[in-house]
Design a protein around this ligand. Structure first.
Ligand code: NDP
Length: 318
């Protein structure tokens, strides 16, 4: 396993990270989560990602149980704050919710601190000064070692850094965007000045576009799959036209490229994300051990993505 720096900063995380969205709780109970996390750790994964929103806090609790057997210094744990509940102050990036949300996450995680805490989305209803000063407090008080953002625009990141400079606050060091063969614009274009100016790293999510880039949805929705289990997500996919026509054709063509290389499409898709050197870690999501082992062996397939193969992929995905 390779460890990459988070942008220009000192923190090193495994190039494959482990995520808990939708899986910890509904698909993986404490015992099965423990087994997979042991396998992850054994294979060099040191980076584990969760959020207060995941399964109403259940994912954080299960993660706490699974990580108990490891030394804290060997782990990099991140959580994210935004969707904390249904009360008027449980949502968004007010100082009140950021601080209380982080405290509550730490209780569920049974940890004194997280390594990284993210603002899970931007919140235009709150002044940037309030957000930045609250994150600065969270870091200076020792609840988190670093802070970051998730799915913020380059403009919002510029504004956050401007406020940090003006108020002499701790800067965000990392963004967590979606990045995969079907979603590229932000990471490959919009953020270019951000890497350059501020040295921010990326921990990218949904490398398989929720499983779509395994080819499992090419002929409908398999029983027990993510889109079968989570109808809201299925609706979103349908609205984005992902389950029909041109996109499925692209996935089929990518499947052929993978077959020619004698690897799985999932491995091709994850290796492709790793090729981007702005990516510090690719967050994997898995609902069982077989998937995990298949995705983990990407480390061996990475070399197969030569320049010629990358060109072929580019022609398909455009
Ligand atoms: P993926 O796009 O890789 O989707 C993972 C899902 O795809 C699995 O749960 C599984 O679903 C299916 N899958 C994975 N591997 C295989 C395989 N080899 N064969 C067949 N099916 C497979 O990643 P996620 O969307 O889960 O994102 C990864 C992590 O990123 C999350 O856990 C979370 O920590 C983070 N994240 C952050 C977000 C943010 O807003 N900051 C948003 C989303 C995720 P199934 O078996 O159920 O079909």
């Amino acid at each position: 396993m390779e460890y990459r720096k988070v942008g220009k900063w000192g923190l090193k995380i495994s190039e494959l990270g482990f995520g808990t969205w939708l899986t910890f709780g509904p698909q993986l109970d404490v015992d099965r989560s423990k087994e997979i996390i042991r396998e992850a750790f054994k294979n060099g994964i040191n980076f584990f990602d969760t959020a207060e929103a995941y399964q109403g806090g259940m994912a954080e609790y299960i993660l706490s149980q699974a990580l108990k057997e490891f030394k804290r210094e060997d782990l990099v744990v991140s959580t994210k704050i935004f969707w904390g509940g249904s009360g008027p102050n449980d949502l968004g990036l007010s100082r009140k919710h950021l601080i209380e949300g982080t405290e509550n996450s730490l209780k569920r995680l049974q940890m004194k601190y997280v390594d990284l805490v993210y603002c899970h989305r931007p919140d235009p209803s709150v002044p940037m000064e309030e957000v930045v000063l609250a994150m600065d407090y969270i870091v200076r008080s020792g609840m988190a070692l670093y802070w970051g953002t998730s799915e913020w625009s380059a403009q919002e990141l510029e504004e956050a850094h401007r406020v940090c400079k003006e108020w002499k606050c701790v800067e965000p060091i990392v963004e967590q965007p979606q990045y995969n063969m079907l979603k590229r614009e932000r990471v490959e274009k919009e953020y270019l000045p951000i890497y350059e100016k501020y040295g921010m790293g990326l921990t990218t999510f949904s490398p398989l576009a929720s499983g779509f880039l395994t080819g499992k949805y090419n002929n409908g929705i398999p029983k027990g799959s993510r889109l079968d289990l989570f109808p809201d997500l299925k609706k979103r996919f349908e609205e984005q036209g992902k389950l029909s026509g041109a996109l499925v054709e692209k996935v089929e063509k990518l499947g052929k490229v993978a077959k020619d290389l004698d690897i799985k499409l999932s491995q091709l898709a994850i290796s492709w994300v790793l090729k981007n050197q702005h990516v510090s870690s690719v967050l994997l999501g898995v609902s069982n051990m077989d998937q995990f082992k298949e995705n983990l062996s990407v480390i061996k397939s990475e070399k197969k993505l030569t320049e010629d193969v990358m060109k072929k992929i580019e022609e398909i995905i455009g």
